[in-house]
Write a protein that binds this ligand. Structure first.
Ligand code: BG6
Ligand code: MG
Length: 230
């Protein structure tokens, strides 16, 4: 067990959708649009199970929930349509769309000498960062184009650690998806969940909003917990 997480954590890996920018909402709206004329409608609860999951796997989950069968070529068309709508909804994003507190938090991490990386399941993540002019903030970038396995598989975070040239045990993950928190644990990393404890209870710390992200607060939280545990 780490005794001094503040010193041991040398890099922070950010999920994109729902952590850096509120695109999780646009994924949801695009899936809803795709299923608008089906008898099944995606609920916010069902949407939680889509977070962190690749586009095709998300469609598979939706088809299963809806009890609908599609051929491989129909599935490819549905994914393409969903992505077209999604791309339309994010095309005008700028740095102003960064979720509250994220940029100041990244500045705090950098001032404290930590590295930062992107660890996203989305094939659009690098494109969105570029659109927002944020690419250069990151020491490592891993998105859906680099992956063969979806969260909760740890592949995305292990690649992000490698990109920062850090050992996984020195990395902290910031995530809004339960499957992302699971992936962080499987990678041997600490995690901070952004959202509701109901979904993110496996995280080491859960914050209701990115606005509350603070490196000094996270360090004291972990130090306090480790003192209590010892
Ligand atoms: C994840 C989102 O980050 O990326 C999922 O949480 C999304 O909702 C997945 O389906 C894949 O995104 P994209 O942009 O490749 O369709
Ligand atoms: Mg997310």
């Amino acid at each position: 067990m780490n005794k001094t997480i503040g010193l041991e954590i040398k890099g922070c890996i950010f999920d994109m959708d729902g952590v850096i920018v509120d695109t999780a909402h646009y994924h949801y709206l695009s899936w809803r649009k795709l299923t608008a004329d089906w008898s099944y409608q995606i609920t916010p609860e069902a949407n939680e199970s889509l977070k962190g999951v690749s586009r095709m796997e998300s469609l598979e989950i939706i088809l299963e929930l809806a009890g609908v069968t599609k051929s491989d070529s129909e599935k490819a068309d549905l994914c393409a349509k969903k992505n077209e709508w999604y791309r339309e909804s994010i095309c005008a994003m700028t740095a102003d769309d960064t979720l509250p507190g994220v940029l100041p938090f990244i500045e705090q991490l950098k001032s404290a000498g930590l590295k930062v990386a992107l660890g996203s399941a989305s094939k659009n993540a690098k494109h969105i960062l570029a659109l927002m002019g944020l690419t250069d903030l990151f020491d490592g970038l891993v998105d859906g184009n680099d992956l063969t396995r979806s969260k909760p598989d740890p592949q995305v975070f292990l690649l992000a650690a490698e990109a920062m040239e850090l050992s996984p045990s020195h990395c902290l993950v910031i995530e809004d998806a339960a499957k992302g928190i699971e992936a962080a644990s499987a990678a041997g990393m600490r995690s901070v969940g952004i959202g509701e404890v109901e979904y993110l209870h496996a995280a080491d710390l859960v914050l209701p909003s990115t606005a509350l992200l603070s490196w000094s607060m996270i360090q004291s939280h972990f130090l306090k917990n480790e003192r209590t545990a010892s």
